[in-house]
Design a protein around this ligand. Structure first.
Ligand SMILES: Nc1ncnc2c1ncn2[C@@H]1O[C@H](COP(=O)(O)OP(=O)(O)OP(=O)(O)O)[C@@H](O)[C@H]1O
Ligand SMILES: [Mg+2]
Length: 466
């Protein structure tokens, strides 16, 4: 029965003992509370899948416990049991939101069945929630998964911008989903019935790229045996996606600028102007402003492209999306030939959340695929993960160390404080107490660091005790 936990609430000890025994034998983790108040206190400390409560208890009765679950939106199923006479109250409890009720005297089989039914219901609820999130993503943005605030902002930006013809510049590290977003922009626009034409400016040699983009007339150059339609023409009434735009040669940058400004172009070797009725979406994983400063990218073109910048955050800045992405990719790869359905253990997912993901979502996707194919057992444990992920998750200066929550719990603010202190000390030691350098290591500005040093009462060690 896995790790399902049940809280039994009853003021009569023999009842608690009996139910504990029956349910422990079934493999559930069982806890007990001697009255409603006790139960509420327990619920604020631990989470339970099910609360099984007696109706009549002093102070806070079973209905009060159920009400507490509902009011606090706890993801816990409430089941009530009552003496024979109080079936009407049991029905009231169901109206209130209890999942089911049992009448005393207890029958072991009945208890087992009701509990099992409740757990199935819980599993279904979770699955539904996931499917709903999925459906929403699918319907709107072609499988772009993400519930983090940062991704929600991206979604609303796509929403606003898709229906316009404005040029969009998508920025972001490799594997953050730039192409996915470009497609979403196109397929959510009125141009969606017309072509979406991607061009990888970095992958096509310069001498070919020009005729690839603009096409050429027959005889325009040696080897131009027939007229060829370029990508700009192919994208007519649709969108063109200029990927790795920073790799475009200066010569082509001028020509692209003209397309944007005048909305027309000529085929190579041609004289007739062709109208460019298309939406331009460009992307790069480089810092284009830097490229401009270094003279590698035209400033005027940069401004023409950067009408609406859309910055995709690296995965490590939205780690809360990782569990959902893992589910998304598991669904994708579990649907392959392999009959087994693999999943990651909680610990494994936690390790994934602590790794830095230099290759971003693509790296995560590849890892999930590899694990599904290679792992023999249906549950992928943290130990099964590649070493670099585990080491990365264990706490280099740049990754948060993975600690297990002790049984007795932990004081969050003390733990966070200790972690902050140790990381600041490391940064200061690494940079010989040059605060500018330490601040850089911690990606904060100097003032913030100085404040934190003060708060932590840290002092530069003297030569003797260094
Ligand atoms: N939010 C997301 N939800 C689901 N899948 C995603 C998401 N972001 C990226 N992916 C997947 O990750 C892979 C990489 O995405 P994509 O090709 O769009 O990245 P990119 O930014 O264009 O990378 P590069 O700069 O290397 O070209 C794709 O298979 C894509 O489907
Ligand atoms: Mg790409």
């Amino acid at each position: 029965m896995g790790n399902h936990s049940i809280l039994i609430v009853d003021d009569e000890a023999p009842n608690r003992e009996y139910l504990s025994e029956v349910l422990s034998e079934e493999g559930y983790t069982v806890a007990t509370a001697a009255n409603g108040k006790d139960a509420v206190a327990r619920l604020s400390q631990d989470s339970f899948h099910i609360v099984l409560t007696d109706l009549k208890m002093p102070e806070l009765d079973g209905l009060g416990v159920i009400q507490h679950l509902i009011d606090n939106k706890l993801n816990t199923i409430g089941i009530l049991y009552t003496g024979y006479g109080s079936v009407k109250t049991a029905v009231d409890a169901m109206k209130l939101g209890a999942f089911d009720y049992i009448t005393k005297p207890f029958k072991a089989d009945e208890i087992k069945v009701v509990v099992k039914k409740a757990l199935d219901h819980l599993a279904l609820q979770e699955e539904n929630l996931y499917l709903k999130q999925q459906l929403k993503a699918k319907y709107k943005f072609e499988n772009i998964v993400g519930t983090s605030e940062k991704m929600q902002k991206i979604f609303s930006l796509i929403d606003k911008v898709a229906s316009t013809d404005s040029t969009v510049l998508i920025l972001g590290e490799s594997g953050t989903g730039k192409e996915l977003v470009a497609r979403a922009l196109h397929f959510n626009s009125s141009r969606s019935v017309n072509p979406f034409v991607p061009v990888n400016c970095g992958a096509i040699p310069e001498e070919l790229l020009e005729s690839e983009l603009f096409g050429h007339e027959k005889g325009a150059f040696t080897g131009a045996f027939r007229t060829r339609i370029g990508r700009f023409e192919l994208a007519s009434s649709g969108s063109i996606f200029l990927d790795e735009i920073s790799e475009m040669s200066p010569n082509l940058q001028v020509k692209l600028l003209r397309v944007i400004q005048e909305r027309e172009f000529e085929r190579v070797g041609g004289v007739k102007s062709i109208r460019a009725d298309l939406r331009i979406i460009a992307a790069t994983n480089r810092n284009l402003e830097e490229e401009v400063t270094n003279g590698r990218f035209r400033e005027d073109l940069y401004y023409r492209l950067n009408v609406i910048p859309l910055h995709l955050p690296p995965l490590r800045e939205r780690i809360e999306d990782i569990p959902l992405l893992v589910k998304h990719f598991l669904n994708k790869f579990n649907n392959g030939k392999s009959p087994k359905k693999a999943e990651f253990s909680k610990k494994a997912v936690s390790a994934l959340m602590h790794y830095r993901w230099p290759g971003n979502v693509r790296e995560l996707e590849n890892l999930v695929e590899r694990m599904v194919v290679l792992c023999d057992s249906p549950v992928i444990e943290a130990d099964d993960l590649p070493e670099k992920v585990l080491i990365g998750a264990m706490g280099t200066a740049s990754a948060v160390p993975l600690i297990d929550l002790p049984e007795a719990g932990i004081d969050l603010s003390t733990a966070v404080n200790e972690f902050e202190r140790s990381i600041i000390i490391q940064a200061l030691n690494k940079s010989n107490w040059v605060k500018n350098r330490a601040a850089k290591l911690l990606h904060v500005n100097r003032t913030t660091l100085v404040e934190k040093i003060k708060k932590q009462k840290l002092e530069k060690p003297t030569e003797t005790n260094m």
